[in-house]
Design a protein around this ligand. Structure first.
Ligand SMILES: Nc1nc2c(ncn2[C@@H]2O[C@H](COP(=O)(O)OP(=O)(O)O)[C@@H](O)[C@H]2O)c(=O)[nH]1
Ligand SMILES: [Mg+2]
Length: 263
């Protein structure tokens, strides 16, 4: 609990020190991975706000366009879409940041864990010195943040503002909660599988090349395929399969999209 408050405090202080905020959301779930609290915090302090719809390689382009339009037209918030790992749209992001701060300024990237903040910082800096975290909630705030130049008069904090995952259990999974902190990974993965299959029923078949008739069977077959068994009973270790699925979700291997609200 203390750690969560600490994370949020760091994020809010980074926002206070910046001229503009880039809120990174996951293209598969833009609505569930945005934080209206953070948006409001930024806007009431007269900071520029841009939504960066990352992991767009996982969704069709017209859907990414639809979400961008939704944020801009319905909500009056500028948005861009990109894929930081495929290096698509990073120039558009840089230009959008530039036009937001006009002459000179510092921006901070904020977002839930695993939305791709470190990957975007790397892409913007053009060299790979900001490490991407494999463990959410271990942000490495051990040193004071540094500013990096990402354009003429344009600076970015080398550390991102992490929004601690909140909400329902499903929301916390989608918002990048640390898999090792889940009390019941099987239950959590079943919720995630149900959510994903609602929008793409073949999402897991495509990734794991496994056929199955229900989510529980997917966990069993994945454990068997990977050779994960309880030592004592030789039953498939479905906990391990459940964690693997959630991790694969976080690392951007599972493809589906939620359409933007009707325009
Ligand atoms: N498919 C896909 N995966 C991404 C993208 N950006 C980041 N990732 C992956 O998502 C995971 C989390 O990225 P990271 O930059 O560490 O997120 P952070 O926790 O917000 O700093 C990593 O496994 C990245 O490789 C993207 O544009 N597309
Ligand atoms: Mg990071």
């Amino acid at each position: 609990m203390e750690k969560i408050k600490q994370l949020l405090r760091v994020t809010l202080s980074l926002i206070t020190k910046s001229d503009a905020v880039v809120e990174v959301v996951d293209a598969r779930e833009p609505d569930l991975t945005r934080s209206k609290f953070i948006e409001k915090y930024a806007l009431t302090r007269n900071k520029g706000l841009l939504i960066a719809i990352n992991k767009s390689d996982l969704i069709p382009r017209e859907v990414a366009e639809g979400w961008k339009r939704y944020f801009e037209v319905k909500e009056g918030i500028n948005a861009v879409y990109l894929s930081s790992t495929e290096h698509l749209g990073t120039k558009i992001l840089r230009d959008a940041i530039k036009s937001m701060v006009r002459k000179e300024g510092t921006v901070v990237l904020v977002g839930y864990p695993k939305t791709g903040k470190s990957s975007i910082i790397n892409a913007l800096k053009g060299r790979h010195s900001a490490s991407t975290s494999s463990i959410p909630m271990s942000p490495g705030y051990t040193k004071a943040p540094n500013k990096f130049k990402i354009g003429e008069g344009l600076y970015i904090w080398d550390t991102s503002g992490i929004i601690p995952p909140d909400g329902s259990e499903l929301e916390r999974i989608i918002r990048g909660v640390n898999v090792d902190l889940l009390e019941d990974p099987v239950r959590a993965s079943l919720m995630l599988i149900e959510r994903v299959e609602k929008y793409n029923k073949d999402a897991f078949r495509e990734v794991y090349k496994i056929d199955y008739s229900n989510p529980h069977e997917l966990l069993e077959k994945l454990a068997i395929k990977r050779g994960w068994f309880y030592k004592s009973t030789k039953e498939p270790l479905i906990d391990e399969a459940a964690k693997a699925i959630i991790r694969d979700y976080h690392t951007g291997k599972i493809k589906y999209y939620v359409p933007p609200p009707q325009e």
